[in-house]
Design a protein around this ligand. Structure first.
Ligand SMILES: [Zn+2]
Ligand SMILES: [Zn+2]
Length: 184
């Protein structure tokens, strides 16, 4: 049986991945486990940017892919970037198996606002679905409420659902029964 695996990258808030795993399992209808190992992201830190290069992290987490890996999602709180952008919420290998998502800019505190744990957890869930969607060869969706809608700011994330629209869900897998259809 293949598994969706969550890999902690650097220090994470307690309970973050154990909270995320059931939501991912439910969305993708596949067992989701939190890996007991973790990855130190220091190798991907670039001092001139004071950020972590997400593509380098993706390359490294491929080492954690096992024969039973369906998809491997790295989760981190460090600030990610790719050279052409000031930051990214995450990055994925189109077609899989690896993706990474960062909670760094999903916290209200990042914007000088009071913390909101529920909002943070919801945003992380949406971005996790989004990046995993890319590993399933999904591109960006025109439906602003679909998890595959592009979002370059948290305000856009907040407009989305954590689910895929029916079109994306049907396209994502050759076996559509393995995905929940969010009939809304
Ligand atoms: Zn995207
Ligand atoms: Zn969609």
């Amino acid at each position: 049986m293949k598994l969706l695996q969550l890999l902690p990258i650097g220090d994470l808030p307690a309970g973050l991945l154990t909270g995320l795993a059931p939501a991912m399992a439910n969305t993708f209808r596949i067992p989701c486990e939190v890996l007991s190992c973790s990855l130190d992201p220091a190798f991907a830190f670039h001092v001139e940017r004071q950020q972590y290069h997400s593509s380098e992290i993706i390359r490294r987490i491929q080492d954690h892919v096992r024969p039973d890996t369906w998809r491997l999602l790295g989760v981190t709180m460090v600030d990610l970037y790719i050279p052409i952008l000031t930051f990214v919420f995450g990055e994925a290998q189109i077609g899989g198996p690896c993706a990474v998502v960062s909670g760094h800019r999903l916290r209200q505190e990042f914007y000088g606002l009071p913390g909101d744990q529920d909002l943070f957890a919801t945003r992380l869930q949406k971005e996790a679905v989004h990046e995993l969607g890319h590993t399933l060869e999904l591109t960006h969706c025109d439906d602003y409420s679909c998890a595959m809608a592009p979002s370059h700011a948290v305000e856009w994330i907040d407009l989305k659902e954590s689910a895929l629209c029916r079109s994306c869900a049907e396209q994502a897998l050759g076996a559509p029964e393995s995905l929940v259809y969010p009939f809304r």
